[in-house]
Design a protein around this ligand. Structure first.
Ligand code: NDP
Length: 254
């Protein structure tokens, strides 16, 4: 895949991710759900992390019934998780699953859509914790398990408002700028000394509950479904992206 602006059209073999273990956060709904199912369809053993267990179980059932490798469920609420919780999770993955080849930091929360001058400090702190601090703590805890793999890929999920600020997007926009900074700093630190590649991915407007919450007046059908933007998600987890590190990518043409 030479042209990284056309990742939406990437269609790899169904064996692309055979033998790889990939953790997806926010795997119960929206883009995370589509990514978990798509990774399993391409041969990966997927670790489903999220806060609503019934949604994770539904994804588990869908993967199992379609003949994918048996996934694992790891419930965690990122709004209240501590660094000890992330360390515990990493230990459990090392003990029960083995090396980790991929981490998709996808879960996020929208928060309030209002001017910063009116934004509540509680919501601001919570959104930064869920959308940014969790990405740091989870990735940090999992580094040793990712280092055990021959090669590994971390994706941080960005947004258009994480690359150019926009009025009324509040802590969400700030958190996504933070995610980009986390990605760039870590990718630069690890680029020459590690088997781990780290990139950010902006999914672009996608038909999910979050999009509907942000744009209540928009017809949902005006945006693609999550499963149709999986090209970039697959590419970044597969062997063709081995040399891609520290890049800000887009799942849909801009
Ligand atoms: P959804 O709201 O559809 O899904 C978000 C997922 O994150 C859900 O599974 C949700 O769990 C989980 N989640 C939220 N808060 C927590 C928490 N505290 N602990 C654990 N899990 C949590 O959003 P999308 O699929 O649309 O978004 C996925 C990613 O893509 C996000 O990072 C978002 O910022 C980004 N994005 C999306 C765009 C779009 O147009 N959809 C555009 C640009 C970026 P639960 O189901 O239990 O609530």
């Amino acid at each position: 895949m030479q042209d990284l602006t056309q990742l939406m059209t990437y269609q790899p073999l169904s064996t692309l991710l055979a033998g790889r273990n990939i953790l997806v956060t926010g795997a119960g709904d929206g883009i995370g759900r589509a990514a978990a199912i798509s990774y399993a369809q391409h041969g990966a053993t997927v670790i489903l992390l999220g806060r609503t267990v019934s949604k994770l179980e539904a994804v588990y059932d869908e993967i199992e019934s379609s003949g994918g490798p048996r996934p694992a469920i790891m419930p965690l609420d990122l709004a209240i998780a501590s660094s000890q919780d992330y360390d515990h999770l990493a230990g459990e993955i090392a003990a029960t699953i083995g090396p980790l080849h991929g981490l998709l930091n996808n879960a996020a929360s929208l928060g309030e859509m209002k001017p910063l001058a009116q934004y509540s400090s509680e919501t601001f702190e919570q959104i930064i914790k869920v959308n940014l601090v969790s990405n740091f703590l989870l990735s940090k805890a999992l580094l040793p398990v990712l280092e055990q793999a021959d090669d590994a890929s971390i994706i941080f999920t960005s947004s258009g408002v994480g690359r150019k600020g926009r009025a009324y997007w509040g802590a969400y926009a700030v958190s996504k700028f933070g995610v980009e900074g986390l990605m760039q700093t870590w990718a630069d630190e690890l680029g020459d000394i590690s088997n781990i590649r780290i990139n950010s991915l902006n999914p672009g407007a996608t038909r999910t509950a979050m999009r509907q919450q942000a744009y209540p007046a928009e017809a949902p059908t005006s945006n693609p479904e999550a499963q149709s933007i999986m090209g970039a998600y697959l590419f970044l987890m597969g062997p063709e992206s081995l040399a891609i590190n520290g890049r800000q990518l887009n799942a849909q043409p801009q």
